[in-house]
Ligand binder design. Structure first.
Ligand code: PEP
Length: 256
């Protein structure tokens, strides 16, 4: 099965409103010709509504960095799935390592967010990955399987098509250190095997598993050429339209 490459740019807590809108327009202009790649941009919450109209008519989809799993209530600063969706958002990250490490999102919190997002009609990109210490202690496979088991608990057969996964070794995020293509390929194989066992071969063949962790134009092609690496979740290099666009081009070329 050929999976459509998927490249998403996580802008994190960067940019002011006018810069964010400008970057979105630049990304549309520079990547819009790549109709064979799913492209996502993931700005901060306040910029979503301003950016959504800039993406209309383009193949780009708008993502959120997180959501509150609750539906309503006295939850100051919380933003729920329906609110996000009503701002023009198509997908949301869940369980980014910075959410896990800084804000304490554990697997059960991630699972609640996964269900809140799916129930509201959002696609989900669940992020998983091991710390350096866990890799050094040969725990990588166990850690990612635990994150998948906890984070995707009770996802039903008809919901899988709305889920993608991002394998992001924590030690490679924002550090300039990238997993070697062998390390990434092996981790992706573990993730896909887990999906096959948990869901089905059909789901495992279809699900997109992105690699994230210091992906740059210089290393994207090598990573994306590997079996089972279906795209990239890009942090730092997504803040510049040229470098993000070069990674999208690498993704398009990886399947041509
Ligand atoms: C990320 O934030 O998901 C990420 C992969 O960041 P960077 O590309 O900067 O390592």
């Amino acid at each position: 099965m050929t999976r459509r490459p998927y490249v998403a740019g996580n802008w994190k807590m960067n940019l002011a409103a006018s810069d964010a809108v400008r970057l979105a327009s630049d990304v549309v202009r520079k990547t819009g010709r790549h109709r064979s790649v799913d492209i996502g941009i993931v700005p901060s919450f306040p910029f979503l509504m301003g950016i959504a109209p800039r993406l209309e008519g383009s193949p780009l989809k708008l993502g959120a960095q997180d959501l509150d799993a609750h539906e309503f209530g006295a939850r100051t600063s919380g933003v729920n799935a329906a609110q996000i969706r009503s701002a023009g958002v198509v997908f949301t990250l869940v369980g980014h390592s910075e959410r896990r490490a800084i804000f304490g999102d554990d697997d059960s919190a991630c699972n609640a967010k996964v269900h809140a997002a799916l129930n509201a009609g959002l696609e989900v990109m669940l992020c998983i990955g091991e710390t350096e210490m866990q890799r050094d202690q040969n725990q990588t496979q166990q850690v990612i399987e635990n994150q998948l088991t906890g984070g995707l608990k009770d996802v039903s057969d008809d919901q899988w098509e709305h889920v993608s996964l991002a394998y992001e070794p924590v030690w490679a995020i924002g550090t300039g250190r990238t997993a070697t293509p062998d390390q990434a390929e092996q981790a992706h194989a573990w993730v896909r095997a887990w999906v096959e066992q948990r869901a089905s071969k059909r789901v495992a063949d279809a699900i997109r598993i992105l690699y994230g962790g210091s992906v740059k134009p210089a290393n994207a092609a090598e990573l994306l050429a590997r079996k089972g690496i279906d795209g990239a979740l890009v942090g730092g290099a997504s803040l510049e339209a040229d470098s993000f666009s070069a990674i999208v081009t690498a993704a398009a070329n990886s399947r041509s």
